[in-house]
Design a protein around this ligand. Structure first.
Ligand code: AHM
Ligand code: MG
Length: 353
């Protein structure tokens, strides 16, 4: 068998983003490119730490002391520090909101830029010890004209984000990004230390180049899937629309067949699968958690942004997620996202209620 010739024309994340910037000509300042470069560096750094967590004693509770008497740093706190430091140092940010920090960070004048980044440095961290896929989620706003960077710059609907994405740390690190014209996916080539475009969107100018690679995939949600992804352990608390929707996909009228259940309990991994294979992911509000569990700003918004950019729908059941105006940086909201037809079926259950 003829040996595969490796591609000599790799599209790195930086090259891809830079290409977009050059296309915009004088209108683009390069600030977003630099910010995304900083974010991808944090993803590489966090990926390295996730990989060697067990070896360097990062798994465990913050505040615990190891046998050498040194204080351990929990992986999600370490990831938060990595992100805050890199984003501040990029000189391109004005406001940072992290799941790990109660208050927003307002960047001091000398490092201030015009973007705000909302992020969950290491989502799904309850899965860390089991070695399950976890990830970093982020959304980016540009400060409003004339603003110096205040809380109002991030308390805005998700539809006003200029970019959103996540990096999933699994068998490989995958960075999935949208700057508002489709979704692209990059895979970290650890030997090169670069994120390489592996999942170009259909309109990508690099589609042909990447098409030569055998492993091409696209992040475009099929209109209907065959998988549902809910924590059904909460069933006794679920509200009637969710109960009747789940019943309809588990006990469909013949000749329809039931959906498969897949729930990892790590939003990045569950959403990643939904973006690629379709179906529906849901974390509803219920009798116990009146607003659901997931955080609006740095979990629901970025994932809703990506879902819509990939051709799907993201809703609370009754309202488009990206239209919600946040009132607090850590507020929660119910989330249902995925294939258009599947999410529309769920919304019908809400309408009939
Ligand atoms: P975290 O931000 O504390 O990690 O919680 C968010 C995670 C999501 O990744 C996931 O979808 C959800 O919590 C799972 O919750 P549950 O264990 O209740 O099913
Ligand atoms: Mg989280």
């Amino acid at each position: 068998m003829a040996e595969e010739i490796p591609s000599t024309d790799l599209i790195t994340l930086t090259r891809h983003v830079l290409h977009d910037q050059l296309r915009l000509g004088a209108a683009a300042t390069g600030d977003l490119t630099l910010l995304l470069t900083a974010i991808q560096v944090t993803s590489k750094f966090i990926a390295t730490n996730v990989r060697k967590a067990r070896l360097i004693n990062l798994v465990g509770l913050a505040g615990e002391t190891n046998i050498q008497g040194e204080e351990q740093k929990k992986l999600d706190i370490l990831s938060n520090d990595i992100m805050v430091n890199a984003l501040r140092a990029s000189g391109r940010t004005a406001v940072l909101v992290s799941e790990e920090l109660e208050e927003a960070i307002f960047i001091e004048e000398k490092n201030k830029g015009k973007y705000c980044v909302v992020f969950d440095p290491l989502d799904g961290s309850s899965n860390i010890d089991a070695g399950v896929n976890i990830g970093t989620i982020f959304g980016i706003y540009k400060i409003r004209d004339g603003s110096k960077g205040t809380l109002e710059d991030v308390l805005r609907p998700g539809s006003e984000m200029v970019a959103a994405g996540y990096t999933m740390y699994g068998s490989s690190a995958n960075l999935v990004l949208s700057t508002g014209s489709g979704v692209n996916g990059y895979t970290l080539d650890a030997s090169l230390g670069e994120f390489i475009l592996t999942h170009p969107n259909v309109n990508s100018p690099f589609l042909n180049v990447v098409c030569q690679l055998k492993f091409r995939l696209q992040i475009q949600i099929p209109p209907r899937g065959k998988i549902y992804s809910f924590n059904e352990g909460n069933s006794m608390y679920f509200n009637p629309p969710v109960v009747s929707y789940l019943k309809s996909i588990k006990f469909p009228a013949p000749p329809k067949t039931p959906y498969s259940a897949r729930y990892i309990g790590s939003m990045v991994a569950d959403v990643h699968r939904t973006l690629l294979y379709g179906g529906i992911f849901g974390y509803p509000d219920d009798k116990k958690s009146k607003s659901g569990k997931l955080r609006l700003l740095y979990e629901a918004f970025p994932m809703a942004f990506l879902t819509e950019q990939a051709g799907g729908i993201a809703t609370t059941g009754t309202k488009r997620i990206l239209d919600i105006v946040p009132t607090g940086i850590h507020e929660r909201c119910p989330v249902f996202l995925g294939s258009k037809e599947d999410v529309q079926d769920l919304m019908k259950c809400y309408e009939g209620n």
